[in-house]
Design a protein around this ligand. Structure first.
Ligand SMILES: [Zn+2]
Length: 174
């Protein structure tokens, strides 16, 4: 909030924020990426079948509830999200994951990410997609142990684009 007599800097900032919000709304409505916007969450997805731009939340919902395949590409047009079309992470996906993680996703595991396997957060066998947001590095031990004993691990978000697992051990149910 701009206080009275603070000069124009605070109110300028507020005005800039409002302009950014309007720009993001405009991007969703028109499908055009606003210049200077860094908030990808507000960017739309393109429905290739119709050429229609939709809010990215609608694209995610459609991809989950229909036979559509969602493909997310980087600036070079390389696929980063492959949905259910392929189980194994691509080299590009691996590179993007190694840019996000330095170690195994399990808390306190010291295994460097570049020595880890790329693991599905929601297992492929349970319908998990080969999408960046569903992939992360786990060491061979944690990959197998988490697959065999999912009840031993609790998933949590780290920041906006990473996941972590906390080992909670062999607690009895109830
Ligand atoms: Zn590990």
């Amino acid at each position: 909030m701009a206080g009275s007599g603070d000069g124009d800097s605070d109110s300028d900032r507020d005005r800039d924020k409002d302009r950014d919000k309007d720009r993001d709304k405009d991007a969703v409505r028109t499908g055009r990426r606003p210049a200077g916007s860094s908030r990808d969450a507000a960017l739309p997805g393109l429905l290739l079948a119709t050429g229609q731009f939709l809010p990215v939340t609608d694209i995610h919902r459609l991809a989950q509830t229909s036979g559509l395949t969602r493909l997310v590409m980087d600036a070079d047009g390389c696929v980063l999200d492959a949905g259910r079309t392929a189980r194994r992470a691509t080299r590009r996906q691996r590179r993007a994951i190694l840019a996000r993680y330095t170690r195994c996703m399990v808390d306190h595991c010291p295994m460097p990410a570049h020595l880890c396997q790329i693991d599905h957060i929601t297992n492929w066998s349970d319908g998990g997609a080969t999408d960046l947001d569903n992939l992360g590095p786990t060491c061979q031990f944690h990959n197998r142990d988490r697959y065999r004993h999912p009840e031993r691990y609790r998933l949590h978000r780290i920041g906006k684009d990473r996941w972590g697992f906390t080992y909670i051990g062999t607690r009895s149910k109830g």
